[in-house]
Write a protein that binds this ligand. Structure first.
Ligand code: KIV
Length: 317
């Protein structure tokens, strides 16, 4: 046995440090709350996207996003409801579990659906716990200030990181006069600022600003110590979020002004399925290479066996 001193495990001298991906995380590392805080401090934009199932979780992982939200927009994008209101906690937890199985690195947030947190602090904590225990989420999100700030404080006190959401809050869009931008008067903008502050004070680790004028964001941002993720709130926020189906063009319907389409996946999906349908109808699919073969002598023996069984009336009598 050599008496030479043993070198400690680790990269050889002069080797390059472990490469970091576009998120700044080391290989195998996960995006944590402190990564987001650091991003804000460094002025590095945070990338957030929604996902609703295993493949969209895998896409978010492969694309290198920082934060994935299993948004209650799932109600419309994947479940076909007319708004976010009908989606249930059971449905959301099921979708969140599928997303979890598709990704490892991004921070995963489950969106508390309408009716799952407003009633009491106990209800809010119990609903948040389901996202963590059953779906493996790292955090949850809720909408609005006011009483929601109290619910956020209760969830945070129960040890579950919570994200807020102000401005256009789709769960209460009817009360806000529909799906329209918020904070367009100074008074209403001040209410948005108060909601954001209340959520920050309640212990939220971050907050979403949705559909508010950039001027309003500019005024509120200096007061925000936690990361702010914008969607239709201008460029001054610490990060941006878009709905998966909107940005990829999977969703066929009206898109909000803030949506930028980066692909036209729905058109490709329709074209692909239509071509498959044509191939089947015109007997171009399956081709020989898509099938399985049997040795000729086995095929011959099979025919003999079937003939024998038919004569004995034990097969297709
Ligand atoms: O449900 C959702 O998709 C959201 C994002 C738009 C932030 O809440």
């Amino acid at each position: 046995m050599s008496s030479a001193p043993r070198t400690p495990p680790g990269p050889p001298e002069g080797a390059a440090p472990p490469t970091r991906d576009s998120r700044g995380t080391k290989p195998g590392g996960r995006v944590t709350l402190s990564v987001l805080t650091e991003r804000k401090a460094l002025g590095e934009p945070i990338v957030m996207v929604t996902a609703y199932d295993f493949p969209s979780g895998q896409v978010a992982e492969a694309a290198g996003v920082d934060v994935v939200l299993v948004g209650d927009s799932a109600a419309m994008t994947v479940l076909g409801y007319p708004s976010t209101v009908p989606v249930t906690l059971d449905e959301m937890v099921m979708l969140a579990g599928a997303v979890r199985r598709g990704l490892t690195t991004p921070l995963l947030i489950g969106d508390l659906p309408f009716g799952s947190y407003e009633g009491s602090n106990e209800r809010a904590v119990a609903s948040a716990q389901r996202f963590v225990k059953e779906a493996g989420c790292d955090a949850v999100k809720l909408e609005r200030g006011g009483q929601s700030a109290e619910r956020a404080a209760a969830i945070a006190a129960a040890g579950i990181p919570v994200m807020g959401h102000v401005g256009l809050t789709p769960q209460t869009a009817t009360a806000l006069g529909g799906y329209r931008s918020q904070g367009r008067t100074a008074e209403r903008a001040l209410e948005v600022a108060r909601d954001a502050e209340a959520l920050q004070e309640a212990g939220c680790f971050a907050v979403v600003f949705e559909a508010i004028p950039s001027d309003v964001t500019d005024v509120i941002m200096p007061g925000m110590e936690i990361p702010v993720i914008g969607i239709g709130a201008g460029p001054a926020t610490d990060g941006q979020v878009l709905v998966f189906h909107d940005l990829l063009g999977i969703y066929d319907g009206h898109a909000a002004r803030f949506v930028k389409r980066y692909a036209a996946i729905r058109e490709e999906m329709v074209a692909g399925v239509a071509e498959y349908a044509r191939d089947v109808r015109e007997r171009r699919y399956p081709e020989p290479g898509h099938g399985y073969t049997m040795a000729p002598d086995e095929a011959e023996r099979l025919r003999e066996l079937v003939d024998r069984e038919r004569q004995a009336a034990t097969l297709w009598p």
